[in-house]
Design a protein around this ligand. Structure first.
Ligand SMILES: Nc1ncnc2c1ncn2[C@@H]1O[C@H](COP(=O)(O)OP(=O)(O)OP(=O)(O)O)[C@@H](O)[C@H]1O
Ligand SMILES: O=P(O)(O)OC[C@H]1O[C@](O)(CO)[C@@H](O)[C@@H]1O
Length: 315
């Protein structure tokens, strides 16, 4: 993923050159907002676990290794359930949207959001946005319940549909406002998260109590700080099947060469991991990525790259 941040970064400095790259909070622009005890407190499955809630001041360090005399460096806000929340369960009207390219696991993420909101937080009003950002203003919503999402993790793709382009800030926020939506879960890559930032800025400008949560999606595993992005393992597994098949073909004829084209756009993790993990081991090479642009863009403004990109050569 490239840098998703188009909004101004919220930096908080602390002693020892500690820097917190914070996320915006409701209370930045709605200072008098009421808070409520987290409903998980009354749920026997969670309330018995000591220290279940994340301390509001907990942060996660960007670099694990620091020198004892060096600066403490950049930190990020730690995710997780807080002791107090800013919505009452029956007040929540949540929506989920998926944008950009496909990635294994999208339906699992949708299912977990729906079931988590419903069973853990007692939320009853959850809708899906049909077909990416343009679905906010061009399509009807899809009602989401635990029953509806029960088996979706066994299917590929995204049950909500996805698209590139179509990000029209005012129309999207008008739709959020008109439908009375107050929690927006946005699943997508770097472009999607840039779009989420723009939506949040408009929500803040209008002074709305609407939470925007960005859930990073990249099959390419190109997010720093986290170990692995969802869908990456599946992509590597599937890539090995193609490599193995190409290997059989290539070794069956004289001077045979198998060429496997893998995903990755600007990063070669899938190609590298699939090549390293393939059982036949020796005899494989990674071809360098072809970054020559064809001077054309897709609907989201991404440069179209030449067709043959990062690959694994087997034979
Ligand atoms: N700078 C931006 N401002 C507003 N919206 C954007 C911006 N960049 C991209 N978007 C919107 O985000 C959505 C997804 O973008 P894009 O097609 O680039 O996929 P992505 O999220 O980067 O995922 P992938 O990594 O699969 O390409 C599109 O609807 C696009 O219009
Ligand atoms: O939809 P397109 O243009 O084929 O884009 C596919 C590219 O998007 C990604 O899915 C995400 O960056 C890459 O892995 C892949 O190479």
């Amino acid at each position: 993923m490239e840098n998703p941040g188009d909004t101004q970064m919220k930096l908080v400095a602390g002693p020892g050159d500690y820097v917190l790259e914070d996320v915006p909070h409701f209370t930045d622009y709605l200072p008098d907002l009421s808070s409520y005890p987290n409903p998980l407190q009354d749920n026997p499955a969670f309330s018995v676990v000591k220290q279940y809630f994340v301390n509001a001041d907990d942060t996660v360090t960007q670099k694990i290794v620091v020198h004892k005399d060096g600066p403490r460096g950049v930190h990020f806000r730690r995710a997780g359930p807080r002791q107090r929340v800013y919505f009452e369960s029956d007040e929540v009207h949540a929506c989920i949207v998926t944008c950009g390219g496909l990635c294994p696991g999208l339906n699992t993420v949708i299912r977990e959001i729906v079931c988590g909101l419903y069973h853990m937080y007692g939320v009853r009003k959850i809708v899906g946005i049909d077909g990416g950002y343009r679905g906010f203003y061009a399509k009807n919503t899809i009602t989401l319940t635990p029953k509806f999402v029960n088996d979706i993790h066994k299917r590929g793709g995204t049950i909500l549909g996805t698209s590139r382009g179509g990000h029209e800030k005012s129309k999207i926020v008008d739709s959020i406002q008109d439908r009375g939506i107050n929690q927006v879960y946005i699943i997508g890559g770097d472009g999607t998260q840039r779009g989420a930032s723009v939506i949040f800025e408009e929500i803040r400008r209008r002074g709305l109590k609407v939470a925007v949560a960005g859930i990073p999606k990249t099959i390419d595993n190109d997010i720093p700080v986290i170990d692995k992005s969802f869908g990456f393992d599946t992509a590597v597994e599937e890539a090995q099947r193609a490599i193995n098949a190409a290997h059989v073909e290539a070794t069956s004829i004289e001077n045979g060469i198998g060429l496997v084209k893998l995903m990755g756009r600007y990063s070669g993790f899938i190609g590298m991991y699939a090549t390293l993990a393939s059982p036949e081991g020796a005899g494989q090479d990674l071809l360098s990525e072809s970054l020559h642009s064809m001077d054309q863009q897709d609907a989201s403004g991404n440069k179209l790259l030449q067709d043959v990109g990062c690959g694994s050569l087997t034979g």
